[in-house]
Design a protein around this ligand. Structure first.
Ligand code: F6R
Length: 611
Protein backbone atom coordinates (compact mmCIF):
# COMPACT_ATOMS: atom_id res chain seq x y z
CA UNK A 1 0.00 0.00 0.00
CA UNK A 2 1.37 3.36 -1.05
CA UNK A 3 4.22 3.51 -3.52
CA UNK A 4 7.46 5.45 -3.22
CA UNK A 5 9.94 6.69 -5.81
CA UNK A 6 12.99 8.86 -5.15
CA UNK A 7 15.61 10.14 -7.60
CA UNK A 8 18.95 11.79 -6.99
CA UNK A 9 19.55 12.72 -10.62
CA UNK A 10 21.88 14.65 -12.88
CA UNK A 11 21.14 18.00 -14.49
CA UNK A 12 20.37 16.15 -17.73
CA UNK A 13 17.63 13.99 -16.17
CA UNK A 14 13.97 14.91 -16.45
CA UNK A 15 13.38 13.93 -12.83
CA UNK A 16 9.74 15.03 -12.63
CA UNK A 17 8.80 12.90 -15.63
CA UNK A 18 10.81 9.93 -14.37
CA UNK A 19 9.07 10.20 -10.97
CA UNK A 20 5.65 10.15 -12.62
CA UNK A 21 6.62 7.12 -14.71
CA UNK A 22 7.71 5.37 -11.50
CA UNK A 23 4.39 6.23 -9.86
CA UNK A 24 2.48 4.85 -12.85
CA UNK A 25 4.16 1.51 -12.25
CA UNK A 26 3.25 1.71 -8.57
CA UNK A 27 -0.35 2.83 -8.92
CA UNK A 28 -1.42 -0.74 -8.11
CA UNK A 29 -0.28 -0.06 -4.53
CA UNK A 30 -2.79 2.72 -3.96
CA UNK A 31 -4.54 5.31 -6.05
CA UNK A 32 -6.43 7.72 -3.84
CA UNK A 33 -3.97 10.60 -4.20
CA UNK A 34 -0.47 11.26 -5.43
CA UNK A 35 2.24 13.85 -5.12
CA UNK A 36 5.86 14.74 -5.74
CA UNK A 37 8.37 17.28 -4.45
CA UNK A 38 11.50 18.45 -6.26
CA UNK A 39 14.39 20.29 -4.70
CA UNK A 40 15.71 23.11 -6.85
CA UNK A 41 17.36 26.46 -6.27
CA UNK A 42 17.46 25.95 -2.52
CA UNK A 43 13.82 25.08 -1.89
CA UNK A 44 11.22 22.37 -2.31
CA UNK A 45 8.53 22.64 -4.99
CA UNK A 46 5.56 20.34 -4.73
CA UNK A 47 2.48 19.12 -6.59
CA UNK A 48 -0.18 17.03 -4.89
CA UNK A 49 -3.57 15.92 -6.16
CA UNK A 50 -6.36 13.78 -4.78
CA UNK A 51 -7.70 10.96 -6.94
CA UNK A 52 -5.89 9.08 -9.66
CA UNK A 53 -2.41 9.81 -10.96
CA UNK A 54 -3.78 11.54 -14.05
CA UNK A 55 -4.70 14.46 -11.79
CA UNK A 56 -1.08 14.85 -10.72
CA UNK A 57 0.03 14.55 -14.34
CA UNK A 58 -2.37 17.34 -15.28
CA UNK A 59 -0.86 19.60 -12.59
CA UNK A 60 2.63 18.84 -13.83
CA UNK A 61 1.57 19.60 -17.42
CA UNK A 62 0.11 22.93 -16.33
CA UNK A 63 2.96 24.05 -14.06
CA UNK A 64 6.02 21.86 -14.70
CA UNK A 65 8.25 21.22 -11.68
CA UNK A 66 11.95 21.08 -12.49
CA UNK A 67 14.97 19.94 -10.55
CA UNK A 68 17.36 16.97 -10.38
CA UNK A 69 16.32 15.65 -7.01
CA UNK A 70 12.84 14.52 -6.09
CA UNK A 71 10.58 12.14 -4.20
CA UNK A 72 7.08 11.00 -5.15
CA UNK A 73 4.26 8.98 -3.68
CA UNK A 74 1.00 7.29 -4.60
CA UNK A 75 -1.26 6.87 -1.58
CA UNK A 76 -3.65 4.34 -0.08
CA UNK A 77 -5.13 6.26 2.85
CA UNK A 78 -4.63 4.98 6.39
CA UNK A 79 -4.62 8.10 8.60
CA UNK A 80 -6.69 10.91 7.18
CA UNK A 81 -9.14 11.02 4.31
CA UNK A 82 -7.82 10.83 0.76
CA UNK A 83 -7.59 14.54 -0.06
CA UNK A 84 -4.83 16.83 -1.28
CA UNK A 85 -3.78 17.97 2.21
CA UNK A 86 -3.15 14.43 3.37
CA UNK A 87 -1.34 13.49 0.15
CA UNK A 88 2.43 13.02 0.35
CA UNK A 89 5.10 14.38 0.21
CA UNK A 90 4.81 16.21 3.51
CA UNK A 91 7.42 18.89 4.04
CA UNK A 92 8.79 21.69 6.13
CA UNK A 93 11.26 24.26 4.84
CA UNK A 94 14.12 21.90 5.68
CA UNK A 95 12.91 18.40 4.92
CA UNK A 96 10.47 16.52 2.67
CA UNK A 97 9.22 12.99 3.27
CA UNK A 98 7.17 10.21 1.68
CA UNK A 99 6.02 7.23 3.74
CA UNK A 100 4.47 3.82 3.16
CA UNK A 101 3.19 2.17 6.33
CA UNK A 102 1.57 3.04 9.65
CA UNK A 103 3.17 4.72 12.66
CA UNK A 104 1.40 3.20 15.64
CA UNK A 105 2.62 5.57 18.36
CA UNK A 106 2.31 8.89 16.50
CA UNK A 107 -0.19 10.27 19.06
CA UNK A 108 2.50 10.05 21.76
CA UNK A 109 4.58 12.78 20.10
CA UNK A 110 1.89 15.26 19.16
CA UNK A 111 1.57 17.12 22.51
CA UNK A 112 5.31 17.87 22.71
CA UNK A 113 5.45 18.87 19.05
CA UNK A 114 2.41 21.15 19.46
CA UNK A 115 3.93 22.83 22.51
CA UNK A 116 7.12 23.34 20.53
CA UNK A 117 5.03 25.38 18.09
CA UNK A 118 4.56 22.81 15.34
CA UNK A 119 1.46 23.38 13.26
CA UNK A 120 0.22 20.13 11.80
CA UNK A 121 -1.14 20.60 8.32
CA UNK A 122 -2.50 17.10 7.69
CA UNK A 123 -4.22 14.30 9.59
CA UNK A 124 -1.48 11.82 8.74
CA UNK A 125 0.76 9.84 11.07
CA UNK A 126 3.59 10.60 8.63
CA UNK A 127 3.65 14.26 9.57
CA UNK A 128 4.83 13.31 13.05
CA UNK A 129 7.97 11.71 11.59
CA UNK A 130 8.48 14.79 9.45
CA UNK A 131 8.45 17.16 12.43
CA UNK A 132 10.58 14.91 14.63
CA UNK A 133 13.24 14.87 11.91
CA UNK A 134 12.82 18.60 11.36
CA UNK A 135 13.33 19.35 15.03
CA UNK A 136 16.41 17.18 15.17
CA UNK A 137 17.81 19.06 12.16
CA UNK A 138 17.11 22.35 13.89
CA UNK A 139 19.09 21.08 16.87
CA UNK A 140 22.04 20.79 14.50
CA UNK A 141 22.03 17.05 13.84
CA UNK A 142 23.20 15.77 10.47
CA UNK A 143 20.41 14.30 8.31
CA UNK A 144 21.33 10.68 9.04
CA UNK A 145 21.46 11.31 12.80
CA UNK A 146 18.17 13.20 12.70
CA UNK A 147 16.53 10.25 10.94
CA UNK A 148 18.11 7.68 13.26
CA UNK A 149 17.11 9.61 16.36
CA UNK A 150 13.53 9.79 15.08
CA UNK A 151 13.28 6.16 14.06
CA UNK A 152 14.57 5.01 17.43
CA UNK A 153 11.35 6.41 18.93
CA UNK A 154 8.91 5.29 16.27
CA UNK A 155 6.82 2.11 16.48
CA UNK A 156 5.05 0.68 13.47
CA UNK A 157 5.76 -0.05 9.85
CA UNK A 158 7.50 2.18 7.38
CA UNK A 159 9.34 2.58 4.15
CA UNK A 160 10.54 6.18 3.94
CA UNK A 161 12.32 8.48 1.55
CA UNK A 162 13.54 11.89 2.70
CA UNK A 163 15.21 14.92 1.09
CA UNK A 164 16.98 17.78 2.87
CA UNK A 165 17.10 21.39 1.67
CA UNK A 166 20.58 22.00 3.08
CA UNK A 167 21.95 18.77 1.58
CA UNK A 168 20.75 18.68 -2.02
CA UNK A 169 22.94 15.69 -2.86
CA UNK A 170 21.56 13.46 -0.09
CA UNK A 171 18.53 11.19 -0.08
CA UNK A 172 17.80 8.94 2.88
CA UNK A 173 15.69 5.79 2.83
CA UNK A 174 14.61 3.57 5.71
CA UNK A 175 12.70 0.35 6.03
CA UNK A 176 10.83 -1.44 8.76
CA UNK A 177 8.15 -3.63 7.20
CA UNK A 178 7.16 -2.43 3.72
CA UNK A 179 9.84 -3.06 1.09
CA UNK A 180 12.28 -0.45 -0.21
CA UNK A 181 14.78 -0.98 -3.01
CA UNK A 182 17.88 1.08 -3.74
CA UNK A 183 18.55 1.59 -7.46
CA UNK A 184 22.04 2.15 -8.85
CA UNK A 185 22.40 4.38 -11.93
CA UNK A 186 25.25 6.13 -13.72
CA UNK A 187 26.09 8.88 -11.22
CA UNK A 188 22.46 8.68 -10.13
CA UNK A 189 20.76 6.86 -7.26
CA UNK A 190 17.16 5.90 -6.72
CA UNK A 191 14.74 4.60 -4.14
CA UNK A 192 11.62 2.63 -5.05
CA UNK A 193 8.99 0.42 -3.48
CA UNK A 194 9.88 -2.35 -5.90
CA UNK A 195 11.95 -3.23 -8.95
CA UNK A 196 9.11 -2.31 -11.32
CA UNK A 197 9.03 1.27 -10.02
CA UNK A 198 12.64 1.73 -11.09
CA UNK A 199 12.67 -0.44 -14.24
CA UNK A 200 12.79 2.64 -16.51
CA UNK A 201 15.87 3.88 -14.63
CA UNK A 202 17.93 0.85 -13.66
CA UNK A 203 17.91 -2.91 -13.18
CA UNK A 204 20.73 -2.85 -10.59
CA UNK A 205 19.12 -3.00 -7.19
CA UNK A 206 19.68 -3.87 -3.59
CA UNK A 207 16.89 -4.37 -1.07
CA UNK A 208 16.94 -2.88 2.41
CA UNK A 209 16.38 -5.25 5.32
CA UNK A 210 14.09 -4.38 8.22
CA UNK A 211 15.84 -1.84 10.44
CA UNK A 212 18.13 -0.49 7.68
CA UNK A 213 18.73 3.18 6.94
CA UNK A 214 20.41 4.04 3.65
CA UNK A 215 22.17 7.33 2.95
CA UNK A 216 22.52 8.00 -0.77
CA UNK A 217 24.48 10.62 -2.62
CA UNK A 218 24.71 10.58 -6.41
CA UNK A 219 27.96 8.58 -6.13
CA UNK A 220 27.75 6.73 -2.82
CA UNK A 221 25.62 4.38 -0.79
CA UNK A 222 25.98 3.82 2.93
CA UNK A 223 23.67 1.41 4.73
CA UNK A 224 23.42 1.42 8.52
CA UNK A 225 21.42 -0.33 11.17
CA UNK A 226 19.52 1.82 13.66
CA UNK A 227 22.36 1.12 16.08
CA UNK A 228 24.75 2.87 13.69
CA UNK A 229 26.53 -0.33 12.62
CA UNK A 230 27.46 -0.27 8.92
CA UNK A 231 26.16 -3.11 6.74
CA UNK A 232 26.26 -4.04 3.05
CA UNK A 233 23.30 -5.29 1.05
CA UNK A 234 24.01 -7.27 -2.12
CA UNK A 235 23.44 -5.48 -5.42
CA UNK A 236 21.82 -7.65 -8.07
CA UNK A 237 20.37 -7.35 -11.56
CA UNK A 238 16.58 -7.54 -11.48
CA UNK A 239 15.28 -7.85 -15.02
CA UNK A 240 11.70 -6.63 -14.90
CA UNK A 241 9.97 -5.35 -17.97
CA UNK A 242 10.34 -1.63 -18.69
CA UNK A 243 7.13 -1.46 -20.63
CA UNK A 244 4.04 -0.38 -18.80
CA UNK A 245 1.49 -3.12 -19.39
CA UNK A 246 -1.31 -2.24 -21.77
CA UNK A 247 -4.82 -3.62 -22.07
CA UNK A 248 -4.45 -4.74 -25.67
CA UNK A 249 -7.88 -5.21 -27.23
CA UNK A 250 -9.61 -5.42 -23.84
CA UNK A 251 -11.55 -2.72 -22.04
CA UNK A 252 -9.95 -3.58 -18.71
CA UNK A 253 -6.85 -5.28 -17.37
CA UNK A 254 -9.12 -7.66 -15.47
CA UNK A 255 -10.75 -8.86 -18.71
CA UNK A 256 -7.34 -9.27 -20.32
CA UNK A 257 -6.02 -11.16 -17.30
CA UNK A 258 -9.04 -13.50 -17.24
CA UNK A 259 -8.35 -14.32 -20.89
CA UNK A 260 -4.63 -14.81 -20.27
CA UNK A 261 -5.29 -17.73 -17.93
CA UNK A 262 -4.88 -20.59 -20.42
CA UNK A 263 -1.43 -19.15 -21.22
CA UNK A 264 -0.36 -18.32 -17.67
CA UNK A 265 -1.35 -21.81 -16.52
CA UNK A 266 0.53 -23.26 -19.50
CA UNK A 267 3.62 -21.25 -18.51
CA UNK A 268 3.35 -22.25 -14.87
CA UNK A 269 2.71 -25.93 -15.45
CA UNK A 270 5.32 -25.96 -18.20
CA UNK A 271 7.86 -25.34 -15.45
CA UNK A 272 6.65 -28.07 -13.14
CA UNK A 273 5.58 -30.85 -15.54
CA UNK A 274 8.24 -32.91 -17.29
CA UNK A 275 8.45 -32.91 -21.08
CA UNK A 276 6.40 -36.08 -21.41
CA UNK A 277 3.73 -34.48 -19.16
CA UNK A 278 3.70 -37.66 -17.13
CA UNK A 279 5.89 -36.58 -14.22
CA UNK A 280 6.93 -33.56 -12.18
CA UNK A 281 10.08 -31.47 -11.97
CA UNK A 282 10.43 -28.85 -9.29
CA UNK A 283 12.97 -27.13 -7.01
CA UNK A 284 14.62 -29.33 -4.39
CA UNK A 285 12.68 -29.38 -1.16
CA UNK A 286 14.49 -28.76 2.13
CA UNK A 287 12.21 -31.36 3.79
CA UNK A 288 10.68 -34.74 3.07
CA UNK A 289 6.93 -35.05 2.51
CA UNK A 290 7.20 -38.45 4.04
CA UNK A 291 8.39 -37.14 7.40
CA UNK A 292 6.03 -34.19 7.49
CA UNK A 293 3.36 -34.60 10.17
CA UNK A 294 1.29 -31.64 9.09
CA UNK A 295 1.10 -28.84 6.56
CA UNK A 296 0.13 -25.34 7.64
CA UNK A 297 -1.16 -23.03 4.92
CA UNK A 298 -1.38 -19.29 5.52
CA UNK A 299 -2.42 -16.47 3.18
CA UNK A 300 -4.88 -13.58 2.79
CA UNK A 301 -7.91 -12.95 0.59
CA UNK A 302 -7.95 -14.72 -2.74
CA UNK A 303 -4.61 -16.39 -2.01
CA UNK A 304 -6.20 -17.84 1.13
CA UNK A 305 -8.98 -19.37 -0.97
CA UNK A 306 -6.34 -20.99 -3.19
CA UNK A 307 -4.91 -22.47 0.02
CA UNK A 308 -8.36 -23.68 1.06
CA UNK A 309 -8.72 -25.62 -2.19
CA UNK A 310 -5.28 -27.13 -1.58
CA UNK A 311 -6.28 -28.28 1.90
CA UNK A 312 -8.85 -30.61 0.27
CA UNK A 313 -6.21 -31.84 -2.20
CA UNK A 314 -3.45 -32.49 0.34
CA UNK A 315 -5.85 -34.29 2.64
CA UNK A 316 -7.59 -36.42 0.04
CA UNK A 317 -4.70 -37.22 -2.30
CA UNK A 318 -1.63 -37.12 -0.06
CA UNK A 319 -3.45 -38.02 3.19
CA UNK A 320 -1.60 -35.16 4.87
CA UNK A 321 -3.35 -33.21 7.64
CA UNK A 322 -3.59 -29.53 6.78
CA UNK A 323 -4.25 -26.57 9.02
CA UNK A 324 -5.15 -23.38 7.21
CA UNK A 325 -5.67 -19.85 8.46
CA UNK A 326 -5.80 -16.29 7.27
CA UNK A 327 -2.51 -14.59 8.04
CA UNK A 328 -3.91 -11.76 10.17
CA UNK A 329 -5.35 -14.34 12.61
CA UNK A 330 -2.55 -16.88 12.42
CA UNK A 331 0.18 -14.37 13.30
CA UNK A 332 -1.40 -13.44 16.64
CA UNK A 333 -2.88 -16.69 17.89
CA UNK A 334 0.51 -18.30 18.69
CA UNK A 335 -0.45 -21.70 17.26
CA UNK A 336 1.71 -24.65 18.29
CA UNK A 337 3.38 -26.04 15.18
CA UNK A 338 4.74 -29.60 14.93
CA UNK A 339 8.36 -30.65 14.60
CA UNK A 340 9.24 -31.14 10.92
CA UNK A 341 6.09 -29.30 9.91
CA UNK A 342 5.85 -27.63 6.53
CA UNK A 343 4.31 -24.17 6.31
CA UNK A 344 3.14 -22.89 2.91
CA UNK A 345 2.64 -19.16 2.36
CA UNK A 346 0.75 -18.04 -0.72
CA UNK A 347 0.91 -14.51 -2.05
CA UNK A 348 0.68 -12.91 -5.46
CA UNK A 349 2.66 -9.83 -4.41
CA UNK A 350 4.89 -11.50 -1.83
CA UNK A 351 4.63 -8.27 0.16
CA UNK A 352 1.43 -8.77 2.19
CA UNK A 353 2.35 -7.60 5.70
CA UNK A 354 0.31 -10.21 7.58
CA UNK A 355 1.57 -13.09 5.44
CA UNK A 356 5.15 -11.94 5.97
CA UNK A 357 4.63 -11.80 9.73
CA UNK A 358 3.01 -15.25 9.68
CA UNK A 359 6.02 -16.62 7.82
CA UNK A 360 8.39 -15.07 10.36
CA UNK A 361 6.40 -16.73 13.16
CA UNK A 362 6.47 -20.14 11.44
CA UNK A 363 10.21 -19.82 10.83
CA UNK A 364 10.80 -19.03 14.47
CA UNK A 365 8.80 -22.18 15.30
CA UNK A 366 11.18 -24.27 13.20
CA UNK A 367 8.82 -24.89 10.28
CA UNK A 368 10.11 -25.49 6.75
CA UNK A 369 8.74 -22.43 4.99
CA UNK A 370 7.69 -22.73 1.36
CA UNK A 371 6.48 -19.61 -0.47
CA UNK A 372 4.25 -19.58 -3.54
CA UNK A 373 4.70 -16.14 -5.09
CA UNK A 374 4.38 -14.31 -8.36
CA UNK A 375 7.21 -11.84 -7.70
CA UNK A 376 10.61 -13.56 -7.42
CA UNK A 377 12.38 -10.70 -5.62
CA UNK A 378 9.54 -10.15 -3.14
CA UNK A 379 10.09 -10.12 0.62
CA UNK A 380 8.18 -13.39 1.11
CA UNK A 381 10.31 -15.16 -1.51
CA UNK A 382 13.54 -13.81 -0.06
CA UNK A 383 12.70 -14.99 3.46
CA UNK A 384 11.41 -18.46 2.47
CA UNK A 385 13.39 -21.71 2.66
CA UNK A 386 12.04 -22.70 -0.72
CA UNK A 387 10.14 -20.83 -3.45
CA UNK A 388 7.62 -22.14 -5.97
CA UNK A 389 6.96 -19.41 -8.50
CA UNK A 390 3.69 -18.79 -10.24
CA UNK A 391 4.24 -17.49 -13.75
CA UNK A 392 1.17 -15.31 -14.05
CA UNK A 393 3.08 -12.26 -15.31
CA UNK A 394 2.27 -8.89 -13.81
CA UNK A 395 -1.30 -8.75 -12.58
CA UNK A 396 -2.58 -5.19 -12.82
CA UNK A 397 -6.30 -5.57 -12.08
CA UNK A 398 -6.77 -5.23 -8.34
CA UNK A 399 -9.11 -8.24 -8.32
CA UNK A 400 -6.88 -11.26 -8.59
CA UNK A 401 -7.68 -13.68 -11.42
CA UNK A 402 -4.72 -15.21 -13.24
CA UNK A 403 -2.60 -15.14 -10.09
CA UNK A 404 -5.27 -17.24 -8.35
CA UNK A 405 -5.46 -19.95 -11.01
CA UNK A 406 -1.68 -20.18 -11.28
CA UNK A 407 -1.51 -20.50 -7.47
CA UNK A 408 -4.00 -23.38 -7.75
CA UNK A 409 -1.84 -24.96 -10.46
CA UNK A 410 1.28 -24.82 -8.27
CA UNK A 411 -0.61 -26.12 -5.25
CA UNK A 412 -1.89 -29.03 -7.34
CA UNK A 413 1.71 -29.84 -8.29
CA UNK A 414 2.70 -29.82 -4.62
CA UNK A 415 -0.22 -32.01 -3.53
CA UNK A 416 0.54 -34.55 -6.26
CA UNK A 417 4.26 -34.49 -5.39
CA UNK A 418 3.41 -35.07 -1.74
CA UNK A 419 1.08 -37.94 -2.62
CA UNK A 420 3.77 -39.59 -4.74
CA UNK A 421 6.40 -39.18 -2.02
CA UNK A 422 4.06 -40.55 0.65
CA UNK A 423 2.95 -43.36 -1.68
CA UNK A 424 -0.69 -42.59 -1.11
CA UNK A 425 -1.36 -42.92 -4.85
CA UNK A 426 -0.19 -45.54 -7.32
CA UNK A 427 2.27 -44.73 -10.09
CA UNK A 428 -0.63 -44.97 -12.55
CA UNK A 429 -2.71 -42.47 -10.55
CA UNK A 430 0.31 -40.19 -10.32
CA UNK A 431 0.68 -40.19 -14.10
CA UNK A 432 -3.05 -39.59 -14.54
CA UNK A 433 -2.87 -36.56 -12.24
CA UNK A 434 0.02 -35.17 -14.28
CA UNK A 435 -1.85 -35.78 -17.53
CA UNK A 436 -4.93 -34.07 -16.11
CA UNK A 437 -2.81 -31.03 -15.20
CA UNK A 438 -1.42 -30.97 -18.73
CA UNK A 439 -5.00 -30.68 -20.07
CA UNK A 440 -5.75 -27.61 -17.97
CA UNK A 441 -4.70 -24.87 -20.45
CA UNK A 442 -6.87 -26.33 -23.22
CA UNK A 443 -9.80 -26.79 -20.83
CA UNK A 444 -9.41 -23.18 -19.67
CA UNK A 445 -9.73 -22.10 -23.29
CA UNK A 446 -12.93 -24.12 -23.53
CA UNK A 447 -14.38 -22.63 -20.35
CA UNK A 448 -13.91 -19.11 -21.66
CA UNK A 449 -16.64 -19.87 -24.19
CA UNK A 450 -19.14 -19.26 -21.37
CA UNK A 451 -18.29 -15.54 -21.44
CA UNK A 452 -21.35 -14.40 -23.36
CA UNK A 453 -23.66 -16.31 -21.06
CA UNK A 454 -21.97 -14.87 -17.98
CA UNK A 455 -22.56 -11.44 -19.44
CA UNK A 456 -26.29 -12.16 -19.79
CA UNK A 457 -26.56 -13.53 -16.27
CA UNK A 458 -24.74 -10.44 -14.99
CA UNK A 459 -27.75 -8.28 -15.97
CA UNK A 460 -29.78 -10.31 -13.47
CA UNK A 461 -27.09 -9.92 -10.78
CA UNK A 462 -26.82 -6.14 -11.07
CA UNK A 463 -30.39 -5.82 -9.76
CA UNK A 464 -29.61 -7.70 -6.52
CA UNK A 465 -28.57 -6.29 -3.16
CA UNK A 466 -27.39 -9.64 -1.82
CA UNK A 467 -26.07 -12.68 -3.62
CA UNK A 468 -25.17 -16.08 -2.18
CA UNK A 469 -22.63 -18.48 -3.63
CA UNK A 470 -22.87 -22.15 -2.58
CA UNK A 471 -20.52 -25.08 -2.98
CA UNK A 472 -19.19 -28.17 -1.27
CA UNK A 473 -15.62 -29.47 -1.06
CA UNK A 474 -13.27 -27.47 -3.24
CA UNK A 475 -16.31 -25.72 -4.74
CA UNK A 476 -16.95 -24.19 -1.30
CA UNK A 477 -13.63 -22.35 -1.64
CA UNK A 478 -14.58 -21.25 -5.16
CA UNK A 479 -17.96 -20.05 -3.81
CA UNK A 480 -16.11 -17.81 -1.35
CA UNK A 481 -13.73 -16.63 -4.05
CA UNK A 482 -16.69 -15.85 -6.35
CA UNK A 483 -18.39 -13.81 -3.62
CA UNK A 484 -15.17 -11.92 -2.88
CA UNK A 485 -14.64 -11.13 -6.58
CA UNK A 486 -18.20 -9.85 -6.92
CA UNK A 487 -18.19 -7.64 -3.85
CA UNK A 488 -14.80 -6.10 -4.44
CA UNK A 489 -15.50 -4.85 -7.93
CA UNK A 490 -19.31 -4.48 -8.16
CA UNK A 491 -19.89 -3.41 -4.52
CA UNK A 492 -22.85 -5.82 -4.31
CA UNK A 493 -22.97 -7.69 -1.03
CA UNK A 494 -22.20 -11.38 -1.57
CA UNK A 495 -21.25 -14.33 0.62
CA UNK A 496 -19.91 -17.77 -0.13
CA UNK A 497 -21.28 -20.61 1.99
CA UNK A 498 -20.71 -24.30 2.31
CA UNK A 499 -23.94 -25.56 0.75
CA UNK A 500 -24.59 -27.79 3.77
CA UNK A 501 -24.47 -24.78 6.09
CA UNK A 502 -27.34 -23.04 4.33
CA UNK A 503 -30.04 -24.40 6.57
CA UNK A 504 -28.08 -23.44 9.69
CA UNK A 505 -28.87 -19.77 9.20
CA UNK A 506 -28.28 -18.17 5.80
CA UNK A 507 -31.41 -19.73 4.29
CA UNK A 508 -33.33 -17.04 6.19
CA UNK A 509 -31.99 -14.56 3.62
CA UNK A 510 -33.55 -16.33 0.65
CA UNK A 511 -36.49 -14.76 -1.15
CA UNK A 512 -37.30 -14.03 -4.77
CA UNK A 513 -34.86 -11.09 -4.83
CA UNK A 514 -31.78 -13.12 -3.86
CA UNK A 515 -29.77 -14.79 -6.60
CA UNK A 516 -28.03 -17.98 -5.45
CA UNK A 517 -25.10 -19.18 -7.52
CA UNK A 518 -24.48 -22.89 -6.98
CA UNK A 519 -21.07 -24.23 -8.00
CA UNK A 520 -21.59 -27.92 -8.50
CA UNK A 521 -19.49 -30.01 -10.86
CA UNK A 522 -20.92 -33.52 -11.15
CA UNK A 523 -18.63 -35.05 -8.54
CA UNK A 524 -19.29 -37.22 -5.48
CA UNK A 525 -20.95 -34.29 -3.70
CA UNK A 526 -23.21 -33.22 -6.56
CA UNK A 527 -26.42 -34.79 -5.21
CA UNK A 528 -25.84 -33.18 -1.81
CA UNK A 529 -25.48 -29.73 -3.34
CA UNK A 530 -28.49 -30.38 -5.58
CA UNK A 531 -30.62 -31.01 -2.46
CA UNK A 532 -29.53 -27.67 -1.05
CA UNK A 533 -30.42 -26.01 -4.35
CA UNK A 534 -33.90 -27.60 -4.09
CA UNK A 535 -34.28 -25.92 -0.70
CA UNK A 536 -33.47 -22.58 -2.30
CA UNK A 537 -35.97 -23.12 -5.14
CA UNK A 538 -38.64 -24.01 -2.58
CA UNK A 539 -38.14 -20.54 -1.10
CA UNK A 540 -38.30 -18.81 -4.50
CA UNK A 541 -34.58 -17.97 -4.66
CA UNK A 542 -33.21 -17.30 -8.17
CA UNK A 543 -30.81 -20.18 -8.79
CA UNK A 544 -27.92 -20.08 -11.22
CA UNK A 545 -26.43 -23.56 -11.41
CA UNK A 546 -22.88 -23.87 -12.71
CA UNK A 547 -22.25 -27.49 -13.60
CA UNK A 548 -21.33 -29.78 -16.51
CA UNK A 549 -23.74 -31.53 -18.92
CA UNK A 550 -23.93 -34.56 -16.66
CA UNK A 551 -24.85 -32.43 -13.63
CA UNK A 552 -27.47 -30.49 -15.55
CA UNK A 553 -28.92 -33.76 -16.82
CA UNK A 554 -29.12 -35.15 -13.30
CA UNK A 555 -30.78 -32.06 -11.93
CA UNK A 556 -32.87 -29.59 -13.85
CA UNK A 557 -35.75 -27.37 -12.90
CA UNK A 558 -37.64 -24.69 -14.83
CA UNK A 559 -36.56 -22.06 -12.32
CA UNK A 560 -32.85 -22.78 -12.67
CA UNK A 561 -30.62 -20.75 -14.95
CA UNK A 562 -27.96 -23.09 -16.35
CA UNK A 563 -24.32 -22.40 -17.01
CA UNK A 564 -22.62 -25.39 -18.65
CA UNK A 565 -18.91 -26.11 -18.20
CA UNK A 566 -16.74 -28.91 -19.62
CA UNK A 567 -16.74 -32.16 -17.68
CA UNK A 568 -14.13 -32.42 -14.93
CA UNK A 569 -15.15 -35.84 -13.65
CA UNK A 570 -11.82 -37.42 -14.75
CA UNK A 571 -9.84 -35.64 -12.02
CA UNK A 572 -10.67 -33.78 -8.81
CA UNK A 573 -7.92 -31.26 -9.51
CA UNK A 574 -9.58 -29.79 -12.57
CA UNK A 575 -12.85 -28.39 -11.28
CA UNK A 576 -11.70 -25.63 -8.88
CA UNK A 577 -9.40 -24.19 -11.54
CA UNK A 578 -12.03 -24.28 -14.30
CA UNK A 579 -14.93 -23.11 -12.13
CA UNK A 580 -12.91 -20.03 -11.14
CA UNK A 581 -13.46 -18.62 -14.63
CA UNK A 582 -17.27 -18.20 -14.60
CA UNK A 583 -17.20 -16.60 -11.14
CA UNK A 584 -14.55 -14.15 -12.38
CA UNK A 585 -16.59 -13.37 -15.50
CA UNK A 586 -19.83 -12.94 -13.54
CA UNK A 587 -18.10 -10.43 -11.26
CA UNK A 588 -16.46 -8.65 -14.19
CA UNK A 589 -19.65 -8.20 -16.22
CA UNK A 590 -21.73 -7.24 -13.20
CA UNK A 591 -19.23 -4.49 -12.40
CA UNK A 592 -19.06 -3.47 -16.04
CA UNK A 593 -22.84 -3.11 -16.29
CA UNK A 594 -22.93 -1.21 -12.99
CA UNK A 595 -20.21 1.09 -14.28
CA UNK A 596 -17.83 0.71 -11.33
CA UNK A 597 -14.06 1.08 -11.66
CA UNK A 598 -13.24 -2.53 -12.50
CA UNK A 599 -9.44 -2.37 -12.39
CA UNK A 600 -9.10 0.02 -9.47
CA UNK A 601 -12.15 -0.51 -7.24
CA UNK A 602 -12.70 1.92 -4.42
CA UNK A 603 -10.83 1.57 -1.12
CA UNK A 604 -8.58 -1.25 -2.36
CA UNK A 605 -4.94 -1.63 -3.33
CA UNK A 606 -3.07 -4.44 -5.00
CA UNK A 607 -0.31 -4.85 -2.45
CA UNK A 608 -1.32 -4.77 1.21
CA UNK A 609 1.86 -3.82 3.03
CA UNK A 610 0.15 -2.68 6.23
CA UNK A 611 -1.72 -4.89 8.67
C1 F6R B 1 -8.77 -10.13 -4.15
C2 F6R B 1 -7.36 -9.98 -3.91
C3 F6R B 1 -6.90 -9.96 -2.51
C4 F6R B 1 -5.49 -10.58 -2.39
C5 F6R B 1 -4.97 -10.40 -0.95
C6 F6R B 1 -3.63 -11.07 -0.76
O1 F6R B 1 -9.07 -10.18 -5.51
O2 F6R B 1 -6.59 -9.85 -4.81
O3 F6R B 1 -7.79 -10.58 -1.65
O4 F6R B 1 -5.56 -11.92 -2.73
O5 F6R B 1 -4.85 -9.04 -0.67
O6 F6R B 1 -2.69 -10.53 -1.62
P1 F6R B 1 -1.37 -11.32 -1.97
O7 F6R B 1 -1.76 -12.52 -2.74
O8 F6R B 1 -0.55 -10.36 -2.77
O9 F6R B 1 -0.72 -11.68 -0.67
Amino acid sequence: MCGIVGILGKTSTDVANALVTGLKRLEYRGYDSAGMALLSQGSFHRHRASGKLVNLEALQAEVPLVGNVGIAHTRWATHGIPNETNAHPHMTERVAIVHNGIIENHEEFRPALLSAGVQFKSETDTEVILHLVDQALMQGLAPVDAVRKTLEKIKGAYALALLFREHPDVMIGARHGPPLAVGYGQDEMYLGSDATALAHLTHRLSYLEDGDIVVLTSRSVETLRLSGERVQRPVREHRVSQTIADKGAFAHFMAKEIHEQPETIRQTLGTYLNDAKSGLQHPDLPFSWHDTPRVTIVACGTSYYAGLVAKYWFESIARLPVEIDIASEFRYRTPPLPKDGVAIFISQSGETADTLAAQAYAKAQGQHCLAIVNVPESSLARAADCVFMTYAGTEIGVASTKAFTTQLSVLAVLAIAAAQARQTISQGDFQNFCKALAQLPALMDEVLICEQECREIAYQLTKAHDILYLGRGTSYAIAMEGALKLKEISYIHAEGYAAGELKHGPIALIDDAVPVIAIAPSDALFEKTASNVQEVIARKGQVILISDEEGHKKFSHPHIRRLVLPSTSSCCILSPVLYSVPVQLLAYYTALIKGTDVDQPRNLAKSVTVE
